[in-house]
Write a protein that binds this ligand. Structure first.
Ligand code: NDP
Ligand code: 8X3
Length: 254
C-alpha cells in the first residue's frame, strides 16, 4: 500500500461487470482497492490498468470458507483496516420455470448469492465493529422486489440480500457501521452470458435494441453511497434503465 492514509475497499467479483467498474471508480478517487474473484488473469488485467500501488488482487471464491478465513486473517496480520466491503459477487443461472430449472443451478445461486455474501460479511464484520467504522454495500437486484417468470431462485436470493441488509442495520445500530443495498435493473455485463451458460448469442439478444444500464452507472451509485458524510446511511438504491418498467399482474383465464 503506497499511501497508508488511503481508504480501503474490498470488492468481491471484481474480475468483470459491476465489480471491475467499481474497482476502477474507487481507484480513480484515490482509494486502495482489494479486488477478489476466481479468474486470476482478469484480476491481473485490472491491476495492470489501475496500478499495483493502489490495487492488490486475490484469487478468491466466495463459496470457499477457507478462502474467506485466509483472506481475513491475512488482513489482520497486515493490520489493514477495511473502510468498505462491496459484496458484489453473484450470478443468475437459467431462466426456466421452477418445474424445469436445474437443481444444480439453484444450488450455485444459493451458495454464491446468499451463503457467500453472508459468510463474507460475518468474517469481515468483527474488525469493523472493533474499529467502530466501516460500510457494507451489498449488490441486490430489482429481481428481489419484482417477480418475473424464470426469476425463481435468483429473485429469491436477491430478496434475501435486501432483508439481510436491513437486518444488518438493525444489528449494527450504534456501531457507526453503515449498510446499503444497491438494487439495479437491466445492466449489460457478462451477467446474461453466465445466466445462459455461455450462450453469447442468446445473451446479446437481451440487450438488443435497448439501452441498458452500464457497469459504470452502478459503480457510480456505489461510489456515491460510500461518499456520503459518515452520519448518512443510504439504506437502498433501486435503479433501472429508462427502457425498463413494470408489467401488469397476469391473470390466467380458463
Ligand atoms: P458479471 O458476470 O459481469 O460479474 C460477476 C462477478 O462475480 C464476476 O467478477 C465473477 O468473477 C464474480 N463471481 C461469481 N461467482 C463468484 C464466486 N463464487 N466467488 C467469487 N466471485 C464470483 O455480472 P454483473 O457484474 O452484472 O454482476 C454483479 C452482481 O450484480 C451480481 O451479484 C448480480 O446478481 C448483480 N446484478 C446484476 C444485474 C445485471 O443486469 N447485470 C442487475 C442486478 C444485479 P469470477 O467468475 O472471476 O469469479
Ligand atoms: C439482474 C436484473 O431483471 O435480469 O438482477 O433479474 S434482472
Amino acid at each position: 500500500m503506497a499511501d497508508s492514509n488511503a481508504k480501503v475497499v474490498v470488492i468481491t467479483g471484481a474480475s468483470s461487470g459491476f465489480g471491475y467498474a467499481t474497482a476502477v471508480r474507487f481507484a480513480q478517487a484515490g482509494w486502495y482497492v482489494i479486488a477478489l474473484a476466481r479468474r486470476l488473469e482478469r484480476l491481473q488485467a485490472l491491476q495492470q490498468l489501475i496500478g499495483e500501488t493502489c490495487c492488490e488482487i486475490h484469487q478468491f471464491d466466495v463459496c470457499q470458507q477457507e478462502n474467506i478465513d485466509e483472506f481475513v486473517s491475512n488482513l489482520a496480520t497486515r493490520k489493514i483496516q477495511v473502510d468498505l466491503l462491496v459484496n458484489n459477487a453473484g450470478l443468475a443461472l437459467g431462466l426456466e420455470s421452477a418445474d424445469k430449472a436445474l437443481q444444480q443451478d439453484w444450488q450455485v445461486m444459493v451458495d454464491t448469492n446468499i451463503k457467500g455474501l453472508i459468510f463474507m460479511t460475518r468474517a469481515m464484520l468483527p474488525q469493523m465493529v472493533a474499529a467502530a467504522h466501516g460500510h457494507i454495500i451489498n449488490i441486490g437486484s430489482i429481481a428481489g422486489s419484482y417477480a418475473y417468470p424464470g426469476g425463481n431462485t435468483y429473485g429469491a436470493s436477491k430478496a434475501f440480500v435486501a432483508q439481510f441488509s436491513l437486518n444488518l442495520r438493525a444489528d449494527l445500530a450504534g456501531t457507526g457501521i453503515r449498510v446499503t443495498n444497491i438494487e439495479p435493473g437491466l445492466a449489460e455485463t457478462e451477467f446474461s452470458v453466465v445466466r445462459f451458460h455461455g450462450d453469447k448469442q442468446k445473451a446479446d439478444k437481451v440487450y438488443q435494441d435497448v439501452q441498458p444500464l452500464t457497469a459504470e452507472d452502478i459503480a457510480e451509485s456505489i461510489f456515491w453511497s460510500a461518499s456520503q458524510p459518515a452520519h448518512v446511511n443510504i439504506n437502498r438504491i433501486e435503479l433501472m434503465p429508462v427502457c425498463q418498467a413494470f408489467s401488469p399482474l397476469s391473470i390466467s383465464k380458463t
